[in-house]
Design a binder for this molecule. Structure first.
Ligand code: SF4
Ligand code: F3S
Ligand code: FES
Length: 248
């Protein structure tokens, strides 16, 4: 059975904006993105929203629904009460272009700062031999759809614009961990994870893991192991002794 829902949607551009109230029809089986589309079709033709697949796979429709980062296309209207006012706002960590569309270029800039996978010289594609456990570990991280909700929710940059230059965010610290754990990657990523990409800023609040629509265990399987790898390097007695001897 259909009903009328109360929607409160952020409208604005150029740093200015306000919440606008709508009453809008909802039908059985619909998701929040359907309602945004109905608003465009019936009441707000210039309402801007980014979307593409409507299947939880392109990562485009990230938004904040009642204050929580969610994919609009995967958030069922049946999870809200019919009397509830549903507030839809753009991701807070990135600048708003218009209405629900944010400029996520921060994330692409961070991606470009990470050296790509570098295999050893002389090993041709097809000659790599890996343990199944190494394959499975990176497969979990590669489920990422780049919705950037983990970077959006992480307090290190959500409320601290000034940290952005020094912090890659969980999505890209996870990418560094993925490459560091790869048995055929020869780039030394431990020092740069800490010094260039801000691994030390992460204090394991796990908010990133909580919002990941792919249920990737970002904190437990990527960030904490990467911190351990960095610490192992720093306090490895052999490395310590080598530094003492050779850096004199
Ligand atoms: Fe989105 Fe998860 Fe990828 Fe972060 S790790 S960008 S939350 S899919
Ligand atoms: Fe931020 Fe995730 Fe660490 S939310 S503080 S990167 S555990
Ligand atoms: Fe592709 Fe929502 S439209 S993830």
């Amino acid at each position: 059975m259909g009903y009328k829902a109360k929607f409160r949607v952020w409208r604005g551009e150029g740093g200015e904006g306000r919440l606008e109230d709508f009453t809008v029809e909802v039908n059985e089986g619909e998701v929040v993105l359907d309602i945004i589309h109905r608003l465009q079709a019936t009441q707000a033709p210039d309402l801007a929203v980014r979307w593409n697949c409507k299947a939880g796979k392109c990562g485009s429709c990230s938004m904040e629904i009642n204050g929580k980062p969610r994919l609009g296309c995967m958030t069922r209207m049946s999870t809200f009460g019919e009397d509830e006012t549903i507030t839809v706002t753009p991701m807070r960590t990135f600048p708003v272009i218009k209405d629900l569309v944010t400029d996520v270029s921060f994330n692409y800039a961070k991606a470009r700062e990470i050296p790509s996978f570098t295999p050893p010289a002389g090993v041709e594609p097809g000659e790599y031999r890996m343990q199944q456990i190494d394959v499975e570990r990176s497969q979990e991280f590669r489920k990422c759809i780049e919705c950037f909700m983990c970077n959006n929710v992480c307090h290190v940059i959500r409320d601290h614009e000034e940290n952005k230059p020094a912090f890659a965010g969980p999505r890209f610290l996870m990418r560094i961990a993925e490459l560091d754990m790869h048995p055929y990657d020869v780039v030394d990523r431990k020092d740069s994870a800490q010094e260039d990409h801000g691994l030390g800023f992460c204090n394991i609040t796990k908010c990133c893991t909580e919002v990941c629509p792919e249920h990737i265990k970002i904190t437990d399987n990527a960030l904490i192991p990467m911190k351990e790898r960095v610490v192992d390097r720093k306090y490895d007695p052999l490395v310590w002794l080598g530094n003492k001897i050779f850096k004199r």
